[in-house]
Design a protein around this ligand. Structure first.
Ligand SMILES: [Zn+2]
Length: 287
């Protein structure tokens, strides 16, 4: 059998495994939500435990054309999600989130911030009008080499959104894996992108998001040190979870949003997976 054939079969197998995992996951969320477990959990957590959480959501593309299926959320779904956030959460900017984090502020309601990675054009054409409609103060992490390219945001888009409550952070220049990059190139990626964005925005760039974003795999302590020394105030990973007092300010957790049904979205940001016992069960099931 040729290598190509083996490759094709393996790819097909991975895709199949992935599709099965997706549907098993959806079924699991369906049971959690419609059995009433999650709504009861939310009620109990807020009313009796007086526990309130802080989440940072991570989006990439908002579009009905699914060229990048795994990172694209449909426009309709995105609108429903923003509406739900506006009605049920204190939707805050990263500035507010970080200043509250420093002050150890006591929460009265669940808090949530919205972020986008990469800097796709559809963030301007499709997401921005919805963010405006629901008055959501989002942040976009841009890989600066994509600016003014085919599917990337233009300088004008960035400047216009900045004037209307959208913040910008850096996501390197070329979207490379920082843990596999030599020190000088990493410096250029992290510092250079900050400088380019600051020129466009005519303002400070305070936040950074690591490309691919898994701690130890895609970035490491060296990357974190460079980010800190470059003058950023905080940095975001793609490690799942909510922001707690134990969170590392240069490797803050986020929740990636995909084009899943609304009940999955609600379960994901209910905080139920932050509960120790359910967290263990979730890991054990390996979903
Ligand atoms: Zn990215």
């Amino acid at each position: 059998m040729s290598n190509l054939l083996i490759y094709k079969r393996t790819k097909k197998y991975i895709r199949l495994k992935y599709t099965i995992a997706w549907y098993v996951g959806i079924l699991f969320f369906f049971i959690l939500y419609f059995s009433g477990i999650v709504p009861v959990y939310i009620f109990f957590r807020k009313k009796y435990l007086k526990q309130y959480l802080t989440f940072v959501l991570m989006y990439h593309r908002i579009d009905n054309v699914k060229t990048d299926r795994d990172i694209t959320v449909s426009i309709k779904n995105f609108e429903n999600q923003m509406k739900y956030l506006r009605q049920n959460y204190d939707v805050i900017s990263l500035d507010t989130l970080l200043s509250r984090h420093k002050q150890n502020h006591i929460k009265q309601i669940d808090e949530i911030a919205v972020t986008f990675d990469d800097g796709f054009k559809d963030n301007f054409t499709n997401a921005f009008p919805i963010l405006r409609k629901y008055d959501i103060p989002a942040s976009i992490f841009v890989a600066t080499n994509f600016i003014d390219k085919n599917e990337g945001l233009s300088r004008e888009d960035i400047f216009l959104m900045k004037k209307r409550n959208i913040a910008f952070g850096s996501h390197t220049r070329t979207h490379n894996v920082l843990s596999e990059t030599d020190k000088n190139s990493a410096l250029e990626e992290i510092r250079g992108s900050k400088k380019i964005l600051e020129e466009i925005l005519q303002d400070d760039v305070r936040y950074f998001a690591y490309p691919y974003g898994k701690r130890e795999l895609d970035f490491n302590d060296d990357s974190m040190r460079i980010v800190k020394e470059a003058g950023y105030s905080a940095a975001f990973s793609t490690n799942n979870g909510c922001i707690t007092n134990n969170s590392d300010i240069f490797a803050l957790e986020r929740l990636g949003v995909r084009d899943f049904p609304m009940f999955v979205f609600k379960v994901r940001i209910s905080g139920i997976f932050e509960n120790k016992w359910i967290h263990i069960l979730w890991k054990y099931l390996g979903v």
